[in-house]
Design a binder for this molecule. Structure first.
Ligand code: PGA
Length: 261
């Protein structure tokens, strides 16, 4: 299976010009690779400017790249009286193929819940997008069974009601909250346990066969120094990269690490 490396730019950078510069630099820094799929998720206002032709050429600068375009969130209706919302068909129509949802920052600051994430997952899949569902415990202070159950509930509720066939367009990103935006990444050993656990939850919902090859990503303070260890020993199929994706060279190196495995 190809590794999946996702750049989550969050609410950065501040202007279109800076975003174009970062995007161009990212295209340049990311090595061409048959083993890695790279998705860049800028703020939605920049998406149409980064539009890709079906052949993989980007619309600005005439640069050709194999990068895929992702959004950081989506609403569950395509159109209607929903001020401020962006629907799945809108994303699809500007060349987006992936959408991140249920990120902890959306859950904490914008009121996303397991139920709203479930509705978004269903709508995005119906709209032909691949979804990256973020899950992760807030803290590990409680005993292990407690945080494991927290993650189980997030996975089960987000994916409730989707078909086995649709599961091929679903990825789960394990992102413990305490590791996001901190300098305290999880360890590959504990990520391995969580990746196995998430696949076990998937097996319980959809059967063993699909669960075995179900893609799980790790996210939370991924950097050049730890990316390789997560990919090699963390039992994951890719990484969701926040801060380090704003540094095109660092991001390129992370993709390079994934490519070398
Ligand atoms: P970080 O963010 O890499 O800056 O910790 C990761 C994420 O929130 O996806």
């Amino acid at each position: 299976m190809k590794k999946l490396i996702v750049a989550n730019w969050k609410c950065n950078p501040a202007t279109l010009r800076q975003a174009q510069e970062l995007f161009r630099a990212t295209i340049k820094a990311v090595p061409k690779s048959k083993n890695v799929k790279v998705v860049v998720c800028p703020p939605s206002v920049y998406l149409s400017g980064f539009r890709f032709s079906a052949k993989g050429g980007s619309a600005f600068g005439g640069q050709v790249s194999g990068l895929k375009l992702g959004a950081q969130d989506v609403f569950w209706e395509d159109t209607g009286a929903y001020t401020g919302a962006v629907g799945p068909r809108m994303l699809k129509s500007v060349g987006v193929t992936y959408v991140v949802m249920g990120h902890s920052e959306r859950r904490e600051q914008f009121g996303d819940t397991n139920e709203s994430v479930r509705k978004k997952v269903a709508a995005a899949l119906k709209g032909g997008l691949c979804v990256i569902v973020c899950v992760g415990e807030k803290t590990r202070e409680a005993d292990a069974s407690e945080y494991a159950l927290y993650v189980k509930k997030e996975v089960e509720e987000a994916l409730r009601g989707i078909s086995k066939a649709a599961l091929k367009n679903v990825v789960v990103a394990y992102e413990p909250l305490w590791a996001i935006g901190s300098d305290e990444a999880d360890t590959p050993e504990s990520t391995l346990e969580m990746a196995l656990y998430i696949r076990k939850i998937i097996a319980g919902m959809f059967g063993n066969v699909v669960a075995q090859s179900f893609p799980v990503l790790y996210g939370g303070s991924v950097n050049i120094g730890n990316a390789r260890a997560f990919l090699r020993d963390g039992g994951v199929d890719g990484l969701l990269v926040g801060r380090a994706s704003l540094d095109s060279k660092a991001f390129g190196k992370i993709v390079e690490e994934a490519n070398g495995l």
